[in-house]
Design a protein around this ligand. Structure first.
Ligand code: SAH
Ligand code: SF4
Length: 363
């Protein structure tokens, strides 16, 4: 049923008030969105993020420490069957060197991301995590290394890892099957996310916008999944094709819809840590700033050794130089300050919603 602009705004008001909508309501908003409705939503998203985090933007140093992957996700340039990739692994020493550089640049969170690489056994990975925590006790370590068993997640947590990013990619089972080979299951992914949360990690799920075969219904399901899981972080970026994958000929996702999804996420989880992703900055030179103005409050510059950056290509043209690069953090700060926000030297932990802050709603 077609809704009037006023009714759509009322749905956004309801989401702001109750932090919850039905799948149908999310779908209605996604389908019927207009520039005017988006402007209305973005303003609310900024207001909500400022209630919890003021004008602060948190930075995370992203260290892409292995591009070996045993998986074969159809969308990803690092998939096992892509034989055109020159594979690499960073040593513990190389990772610690990058943390050291990152620390001097003002980073207080290091994100270790990689393909699912069996070389990094629990023992090896725990040693790396312990090494970082021993050298930089005031820093948070985030892992993003895919699916592992619960015991492994527990060991890594005990070794000092604070946070874990594992995008659910799509909450719709049928759609998941169109993006992954049958060996990968959405139930397994969700099991991992729940295990991570119960162990005590700050957990991030997330999804791509505009991935092949995605419909507004799927995105609405993603929102309901986010609403139910209540993660601490949500990674949302546009799909971008990679030339050596089964999705080489598919269109990229839209920046405009990605911003809309970021803002809906901010109203659903008011104090969520929400990055303006590299994929967004890859599709639009102003993508990062637009993300921050739509409710995002985190940016993750690339802190990998420059020599490996061109080997960690999840998608084509991935930004890793210029202000995507951690070394250029001073320029990043200037660009961000033009949006009215300020990069801070801070671990940038999740702020749990409390009655006090919630009470700020009325003001
Ligand atoms: N192997 C780990 C971490 C690396 S991939 C994992 O899969 O969790 C990190 C994220 O990159 C994935 O979750 C996916 O959402 C995103 N990604 C992969 N290929 C992409 C593409 N072609 N376009 C946009 N994002 C992509
Ligand atoms: Fe491997 Fe992650 Fe790429 Fe899938 S998305 S192929 S798990 S690196």
């Amino acid at each position: 049923m077609k809704k009037e602009p006023r009714e759509l705004k009322e749905l956004i008001d309801k989401l702001e008030r109750e932090n919850r909508l039905s799948e149908d309501e999310f779908e209605t908003l996604i389908r019927a969105r207009t520039p005017e409705l988006s402007a209305y939503l973005f303003e609310k998203a900024r207001k909500v993020r400022e209630r919890f985090y003021g004008k602060k933007v948190f930075i995370r140093g992203l260290i892409e420490f292995t591009n070996h992957c045993r998986n074969n996700c159809y969308y990803c340039g690092l998939r096992r069957e892509n034989l055109g990739v020159e594979r690499y692994r960073l040593s513990r020493e190389e990772i610690l060197e990058r943390c050291s550089l990152g620390y001097s640049l003002g980073f207080r969170t290091f994100v270790l991301q990689g393909g699912e690489d069996p070389y990094f056994s629990d023992e090896r990975l725990c040693e790396i995590v312990r090494g970082i925590k021993a050298s930089f006790p005031d820093c948070a370590v985030t892992l993003s290394v895919g699916e592992r068993d619960e015991e492994s997640y527990r060991r890594l947590f005990e070794a000092g890892a604070d946070r874990y990013l594992l995008r659910h990619e799509t909450a719709d089972e049928g759609h998941y099957g169109m993006l992954h080979p049958p060996t990968q299951s959405p139930a397994e992914r969700k099991r991992c996310l729940r295990a991570l949360k119960s162990i005590g990690y700050q957990v991030g799920c997330g999804f791509m916008v505009g991935s092949p075969y995605q419909t507004p219904r799927h995105l609405a399901r993603d929102m309901v999944f986010v609403q139910e899981l209540r993660p601490h972080m949500v990674g949302i970026g546009p799909f971008i094709p990679h030339h050596a994958t089964p999705f080489a000929g598919e269109a990229a996702g839209s920046v405009e819809l990605t911003l809309f999804m970021l803002a809906l996420t901010r109203l659903t989880l008011p104090s969520v840590l929400l990055p303006a992703t590299t994929a967004l900055a890859t599709l639009d030179p102003k993508g990062r700033e637009k993300g921050l103005l739509s409710g995002a409050n985190v940016v993750m510059p690339n802190l990998s050794p420059p020599a490996v950056r061109s080997k960690y290509l999840l998608y084509d043209n991935k930004a890793s130089t210029g202000i995507e690069s951690a070394e250029a953090v001073e320029r990043l700060k200037e660009v961000i300050s033009e949006t009215g926000y300020t990069v801070v030297v801070d671990r940038g932990d999740f702020v749990p919603p409390t009655p006090d802050i919630e009470a700020g709603r009325a003001s």
